[in-house]
Design a protein around this ligand. Sequence first.
Ligand code: COA
Length: 188
Amino acid sequence: MFKKAFNRTKDELKDLPLVDESGEKVRVREKRLEDIENEYFWRTDQELSRLDATRPISMSYEDFFRYSREEMRFASYRSKRLALETLDGIHIGNVMYYDFNPQKKETEIGIMIGHKDYWGKGYGADALQVILKYLFQTLELNRVYLHTLSWNYRAQSAFAKVGFKEVRPVRRGGQDFLLMDLLRENFS
Ligand SMILES: CC(C)(COP(=O)(O)OP(=O)(O)OC[C@H]1O[C@@H](n2cnc3c(N)ncnc32)[C@H](O)[C@@H]1OP(=O)(O)O)[C@@H](O)C(=O)NCCC(=O)NCCS
């Protein structure tokens, strides 16, 4: 059995259990070096960047590879990026948590299915269900929240399907977001 997250010292929090969990359609697993190529392709895509409220990255693939490799090597307990793949092994995107706060027992999450053929087919909701189970049951968080662009109705619908509720609109960096959250007691 893993030690529960909140019995850990700060050093031990760096070594949270590795993630490898599957739902009905999606496996959520630790990132591998082979994922970096797809990741670069997605992070340089205009449409995906717009949905993620950011700009496409402009660094070279070589720089991006080095940066991503360092990120994998020096893991921080405060944030983690995980890979999403179909049950037959196609890498389709990422799910991440960040601003993990052990005192408040909460974290923010984000998700991106970069492989657009897989949009609107239930992969996102399934991936969310898997990561939420890890966050609420293994890490024993009480609250998970996120910000999504006010016009990203597909994302909002996927978040609502797994139980997220609208909290309030948030204006940030010149863009309009919706803050949504889910409490452990409302997660099933
Ligand atoms: C957001 C995302 C993770 C959702 O995953 P997904 O697999 O596409 O979503 P799901 O199929 O599980 O659920 C989407 C729901 O939205 C509905 N939907 C699709 N387009 C919609 C629209 N324009 N308006 C309202 N609902 C919409 C779908 O019908 C589906 O609901 P249903 O299952 O009840 O029919 C994925 O689309 C994605 O990564 N998109 C690009 C990046 C992004 O937007 N990330 C989120 C940033 S906060």
